[in-house]
Design a protein around this ligand. Structure first.
Ligand code: DGL
Length: 275
């Protein structure tokens, strides 16, 4: 039997909180351990090798802190590192633990959401260049097409605390307009970066009302519930105290202040380092 521990949730920074919030809602009695690599965010403009190295360090850190299951709540890391970690590293470093990402459950969900089959994707340059959504959506929903544009400024805007600023409106509208100009049949837009729900109101205001915006948090949470129903060994290894601990690789007080605003309650955070 695996020793019990919290569900690890990892992102390059604040974005994974948009997933964590929904996971906490879906599994209120589970313990969680959140790790944001804020000191090295954004990941979206970094090379494949760098994102893989950083993500593996984070996964190892979460395993060292007893997590039986890690959710990579970051599209960039899911696109660039998840498969290698699952196939090459996990069997070697922790064969009974599991690591899941956010792209596959999101790609599954769009099948029910789009009527035209033309799905817009906004993501980091790394996620868009990886083609991961195109591949997954085409595999799961033959006939569907993904039209993708990168929004390279959105993660820095969130990480630097400008999500509510007037200046952010311009960057939001610029990327949305660029995407919608690509295809008039887009009826669904995946917010393919977990930071983007922190800009939700601004994105919603920039996107015409008839187009659905897909936030990943709830999708990942429902998919996790199904997963735990099928994998009793992992389910029974999750400790159940209803507590969440927060770690960042950057300043803990700054992290706690900004995360607290987003989550709607005060939190305490600690600083750690990854290597
Ligand atoms: N939240 C990450 C994602 O979903 C942002 C990546 C970044 O740090 O650029 O892709």
């Amino acid at each position: 039997m695996l020793p019990q521990g919290p569900i690890g949730v990892f992102d390059s920074g604040f974005g994974g909180l948009s997933v964590l919030r929904e996971l906490q809602h879906a599994l209120p009695d589970a313990d969680f351990l959140y790790l944001g690599d804020n000191a090295r965010a954004p990941y979206g403009t970094r090379s494949f090798d760098t994102v893989y190295t950083y993500t593996l360090q984070a996964v190892r850190w979460l395993f060292d802190h007893d997590c039986p299951l890690v959710i990579i709540a970051c599209n960039t890391a899911s696109a660039k590192a998840l498969r290698s970690i699952q196939q090459l590293d996990l069997p070697r470093i922790a064969p009974r633990r599991r690591v899941l990402g956010v792209i596959r459950p999101t790609a599954e969900a769009v099948g029910q959401l789009s009527a035209t089959g033309v799905v817009g994707l906004l993501g980091t340059p790394g996620t868009v260049a990886s083609g991961s959504y195109d591949i997954e959506v085409a595999k799961l929903h033959p006939g569907f097409r993904v039209v993708a544009e990168a929004a390279p400024m959105w993660v820095p805007i969130v990480e630097q605390g400008f999500a509510a600023s007037d200046g952010a409106d311009w960057f939001v509208a610029e990327a949305v307009d660029r995407l919608l100009a690509r295809d008039p049949d887009i009826d669904t837009i995946i917010l393919g970066c977990t930071h983007y729900p922190l800009l939700y109101d601004k994105i919603r205001a920039a996107v015409p009302a008839g187009i659905d915006l897909v936030c990943q948090g709830r999708i990942v949470a429902s998919s996790l519930l199904l997963y735990l129903g099928r994998h009793k060994d992992i389910d029974s290894a999750i400790s159940r105290g209803g507590h969440t601990r927060y770690y960042t690789t950057d300043d803990a007080a700054a992290f706690a202040a900004r995360a607290g605003v987003f989550l709607g309650h005060d939190i305490e955070a600690r600083t750690t380092s990854l290597q």
